[in-house]
Design a protein around this ligand. Structure first.
Ligand code: NG6
Ligand code: CA
Length: 524
């Protein structure tokens, strides 16, 4: 369509308008008819999104020291993926990418403080708004970490824009992370139990008083923390950032699993009759790890093992509820993680000391934050009882593909400028084929490109601080000032850098990355 070209002085739009009009009408009709049609038949969709769960952390992915029987059961009836990826090695960029179908580097979305504004523009279509168009009731329960408000949010008034402005009908949130203030729940537009007589203030700069902080009052702490996590103490745990007020609104970390599963189940009950989309976003197994009493001390791996068990239980609570409502057969369940695993992440909770033989990342190197494979290679299980059979799939897929894949399922046509990094791999997600992505981008402090067995890691630019392959906190970053090329088929651990020996492939893969950085529309 050359809409700017004109003939004989007349704007070309005059000639094109009727075609656009018919196309637009056809699109509108197809959506409307789908939305109005047999909505009862359309599958419900749940994304269980665990925080910081590693490739090797589940029984069905080889874990021995910790038991995850319920999720193993899901895998027994569904498709278990061995080469599935979050879009990034940290939370905010992964979530941004999954919900928008666009890589986070395009809008510089990085880990956010707890007072950050919403980073998804309200004008941008999202996975939730797309499904809403198709007649779905949409909800998000749990960790958000995509910002709220538009700067200087008033925690005592209307907290918006947020999920409700980008396509969700219902939200019950932990605004940022468990280790960041404000340590309160936000339901739809309001802090739960906010009180005008005890107003909430939040700061990520200036110190606020009202609650003790970790540096001044270490004797009040239940877990010792690093300096970064040593600000406001809530529930015996110091967090990142300062907060005052809102005493009646403060959460108890030990309640998260119960509170979130109750809220999710209520959302499901209230939406039955219409198809629903639930984004169930765990706090587990992120720090601070404070399991409910029924899980505390139950695993041989300390707090990290306990919250893994709790995460398994939480999934079961929601799935049991589905069974009770007889919705199991008509619900697609997608179970995955926002980034790879980490042991010590700010608190002394014995995760490092008690890990024993357990390998949170399985056979891959790195983990959360890392450019190595375990940064983004995470568990993915897709289950749809009665519709898909048990299978282990080696298809290369990304969470960024949920957008176009699900749009295909519910029949919503997408513009070329929408979800530009997303590809429709629905057949692969259902285990009907092992052919999916030819290439896949892994985002961390740099970019990595997968093509078949090859893994290329873009070197850090000369101006950036010298990266360490291993930090003093034991985190294998995978960053280097040199290009890195690995053959994952023979070198899963990314130890033998072939970049010099295979310089031509490096040039090709870098050119491919450059092309992806510059692209503006979805691929056909
Ligand atoms: C980091 C925090 C880490 C964790 C992470 C976010 C420090 C030193 N580390 O900045 O503890 O909160 O942010 O994790 O502050 S994520 O899973 O949400 O990406
Ligand atoms: Ca995370």
């Amino acid at each position: 369509m050359q809409k700017s070209v004109s003939r004989g002085g007349k704007p070309a739009q005059t000639f094109l308008a009727p075609r656009w009009f018919f196309l637009a009408m056809a699109m509108a009709l197809s959506v409307a008819s789908y939305a109005a049609g047999d909505s009862a038949q359309r599958p419900n969709i749940i994304i269980f999104y665990v925080d910081d769960l590693g490739y090797g952390d589940l029984g069905c992915y080889g874990a021995k020291m910790v038991k995850t029987p319920f999720i193993d059961g899901l895998a027994k009836k569904g498709v278990l993926f061995t080469d599935a990826h979050s879009a990034a090695a940290t939370c905010t960029p992964s979530r941004y990418a999954m919900l928008t179908g666009e890589h986070a580097f395009r809008s510089n979305a990085a880990i956010l403080p707890g007072d950050a504004p919403l980073i998804i523009p309200v004008s941008k279509p999202t996975l939730a708004s797309m499904l809403k168009k198709a007649g779905y009731t949409t909800g998000v329960v749990g960790k958000w970490h995509l910002g709220l408000g538009s700067g200087n949010v008033n925690w005592n008034g209307l907290v918006k824009p947020g999920p409700l402005e980008i396509g969700f009908d219902y939200s019950f949130l932990l605004p940022a992370t468990g280790d960041r203030v404000p340590s309160v729940y936000v339901e739809n537009h309001h802090v739960v139990n906010a009180s005008a007589s005890d107003p909430i203030a939040v700061s990520y700069g200036k110190k606020l008083y009202g609650y003790p902080n970790g540096l001044d009052s270490p004797q009040l702490l239940r877990q010792k923390a690093d300096t970064q996590h040593s600000n406001t103490i809530v529930n015996g745990i110091s967090r990142i950032g300062y907060m005052s007020g809102g005493a009646a609104a403060l959460w108890r970390d030990e309640d998260f699993a119960q509170v979130f599963s109750d809220k999710a189940n209520r959302f499901i009950s209230e939406s039955s009759g219409r198809p629903f989309f639930l984004f169930f976003s765990f706090h587990d197994i992120h720090v601070p790890r404070l399991p409910a009493s029924q899980f505390a001390g139950k695993s041989p791996m300390g707090a990290r093992g306990d919250v893994l068990m709790q995460m398994d239980w939480t999934t079961q609570q929601v799935m049991r509820h589905l069974r009770k409502l007889k919705l199991l057969e008509n619900t697609i369940v997608i179970f995955t993680s926002d980034n790879g695993p980490v042991l010590g992440d700010g608190y002394e909770d014995k995760a490092v000391e008690l890990v024993g033989n357990h390998r949170p990342a399985g056979k891959w190197s790195g983990g959360k934050y890392s450019a190595f494979e375990a940064g983004t290679r995470v568990p993915l299980i897709v289950s749809w009882p009665g519709k898909i059979a048990k299978k282990r799939s080696d298809a290369l897929v990304s969470q960024i593909d949920f957008y176009r894949s699900l749009a295909g399922v519910v029949g919503v046509p997408l513009a070329n400028e929408e979800a530009i990094d997303s590809q429709n791999h629905w057949r692969a997600l259902l285990g009907k084929t092992d052919v999916a992505r030819e290439w896949l981008l892994e985002e961390s402090a740099t970019l990595g490109l997968r093509q078949g067995q090859w893994k290329y890691i873009v070197p850090m630019p000369p101006g950036k601080a010298a990266p360490a392959r291993l930090t003093n906190k034991g985190i294998e970053t995978g960053l280097s000032k040199q290009p890195q090329l690995y053959n994952l088929a023979t070198d899963a651990a990314e130890r033998i850098n072939l970049a010099t020996a295979m310089a031509e492939l490096v040039v090709k893969m870098q050119a491919y990355v450059d092309g992806l950085i510059n692209k503006r529309v979805a691929e056909k």
